[in-house]
Design a protein around this ligand. Structure first.
Ligand SMILES: [Fe+2]
Ligand SMILES: [Fe+2]
Length: 359
């Protein structure tokens, strides 16, 4: 736990430092974080070299603390970079740079930078521009050619992003169609998926989840019951207790839902929301009977969302007349049985402070 916290602190500091590097300013913050996580921290004592002329440069070097000096009296301090070109691939250092006091720095090896370029081509474009400004003086043709190349790379990247987005929208449209179909089988569940999406997004935000996870939580809310699409309407509409076969059908909806989306690349992170939303903290849930933190946090979040929705949807129970404080109390009463403490606490606090159900 402590290690994780230290790692997170270190990554946040490294990301802050890298954000000051002009070459890396083109990176989106999530990608900068990934690059920071891959950066290697190093330190040297006063008088020791950071890079050695004629020896392989370790990669892009960013000074974190201390001071260093290079050929011709060049001075480097925190936030300054050395060997930008080594971010593109192996090369020999041109000048020796020596620490003038104990100095800490980060190294981004070319292989990490290449991974970052694959995730975010804007970095590749920034590097090309940087190389263009370093072309030998007077070689305007080369600079111009490189800048044109950078523009081409950006255009084709944007085009491929546009196509991906269009594909994403149509796949999501098809899955939403299934959700809609599933909802029409359940007389009382109209609007449940979009309300669950709204609540899952708000709750994940309240819990401080990263932006990508918050977006996946919203998709999880939207899709968690998609598996009902293969359960017979008669079973879903049946009043009174279900027999064993009917129960088995109903209980298959998380697994079926997960199967529907697991082969769609961008929905893979949504699978645990769908698969585990009926797991219970005490291990008496389904489909896997996982308990406690063995339930992925996506499932623990969605279980709280589902219970809140059930409390509000129940036509027979007293929920219709419940006020926010009573709902908060009911949610807290399920800590350790159905729900995770932190997640239930956060949801109860949201409800009590007047969060609007919407939908
Ligand atoms: Fe469900
Ligand atoms: Fe549900």
């Amino acid at each position: 736990m402590l290690h994780r916290q230290l790692d997170e602190l270190w990554e946040a500091e490294a990301a802050e430092l890298l954000a000051r590097v002009p070459l890396l300013q083109a990176l989106r913050s999530a990608h900068l974080g990934a690059l920071a996580a891959a950066a290697m921290p190093k330190q040297v004592a006063a008088g020791e070299p950071i890079v050695h002329a004629g020896r392989p440069a370790p990669g892009l070097v960013v000074l974190r603390r201390g001071r260093a000096s290079g050929a011709g009296g060049l001075e480097f301090g925190p936030g300054d970079c050395l060997e930008e070109m080594a971010a593109l691939g192996p090369r020999m250092a041109q000048d020796t740079v020596v620490a003038v006091e104990p100095t800490e720095y980060l190294v981004l090896p070319a292989r990490e930078v290449h991974d970052a370029i694959r995730r975010d081509p804007e970095l590749g474009i920034a590097l090309l521009k940087d190389v263009a400004t370093r072309a030998p003086t007077g070689d305007d043709d080369l600079s111009e050619q490189l800048l044109r190349y950078a523009a081409d790379v950006r255009d084709s990247f944007r085009e491929s992003e546009r196509r991906q987005e269009a594909l994403r929208r149509s796949v999501l449209g098809a899955v939403r169609g299934l959700v809609h179909l599933a909802e029409t089988k359940h007389p009382w569940s109209r609007g449940h998926a979009s309300r669950a999406a709204h609540l899952a997004r708000a709750l994940a935000t309240k819990l401080g989840w990263p932006e990508d996870d918050v977006n996946n939580a919203a998709l999880g809310g939207l899709l968690h019951d998609v598996g009902y699409v293969v359960v017979e309407s008669a079973v879903l509409r049946k009043e009174g207790p279900l027999d064993e076969t009917e129960q088995r059908q109903v209980r298959s909806h998380p697994t079926i839902g997960a199967r529907i989306i697991e082969h769609i690349d961008f929905l893979k992170p949504v699978v645990p929301f769908v698969l585990c939303h009926h797991e219970r903290y005490d291990g008496h849930g389904y489909p896997q009977g996982l308990a406690g933190k063995a339930i992925p946090r996506e499932g623990r979040l969605m279980a709280a969302v589902e219970l809140y929705e059930t409390l509000c949807m129940s036509q027979l129970g007293p929920a219709a007349e419940l006020d926010p404080r009573q709902i908060g109390r009911l949610l807290r009463a399920e800590i350790g049985t159905r729900l995770d403490r932190d997640i239930a606490g956060a949801l109860a606090a949201m409800v009590e402070s007047g969060w609007a159900r919407g939908g």
